[in-house]
Design a binder for this molecule. Structure first.
Ligand SMILES: [Zn+2]
Ligand SMILES: [Zn+2]
Length: 139
């Protein structure tokens, strides 16, 4: 058995599936608990947190703190997510994966001027998405 298979329990696969299929938003441990229960996969909150911690350490998902839910939220990090920034809508919570070239010139300017390298995995830009802006206009 290789390293990867060792951790491949049903719960872990289900948690990962759930987070991946919700990759345009953040999910909480509670969302996962509800999902697992629905699929008859029993797991305690503690187990879920342990799986989530491992996935965060492996860089497969990332952990953010959500003010509106006042709890930790988890977001899927695809291979390419390490190379770009994310926008998050304050209103509906949608996450947009930015084209990496949009930011690369700004990133370079910041490094040139301040010698500061932004951690794009930790950085989220907050605002209002197109959908929510349209809805606001039509009100
Ligand atoms: Zn991404
Ligand atoms: Zn929105």
């Amino acid at each position: 058995m290789n390293e990867l298979n060792k951790y491949k329990t049903k719960q872990r696969v289900a948690i990962l599936d759930f987070i991946e299929s919700n990759k345009d938003r953040e999910v909480t441990a509670n969302d996962i608990l509800v999902y697992l229960n629905k699929n008859d996969l029993k797991a305690s909150q503690t187990t879920i947190y342990r799986y989530l911690d491992n996935l965060v350490k492996e860089g497969i998902i990332k952990k953010n703190y959500s003010e509106e839910k006042s709890s930790s939220c988890y977001q899927y990090v695809g291979k390419r997510c390490k190379e770009h920034y994310h926008l998050k809508c304050n209103n509906c919570g949608e996450i947009i994966h930015l084209d990496s070239e949009i930011f690369s010139s700004i990133e370079k300017k910041i490094i040139d001027r301040y010698g500061f390298k932004i951690d794009n995995i930790k950085t989220i830009l907050y605002g209002t998405c197109n959908k929510c802006n349209m809805n606001n206009k039509s009100k």
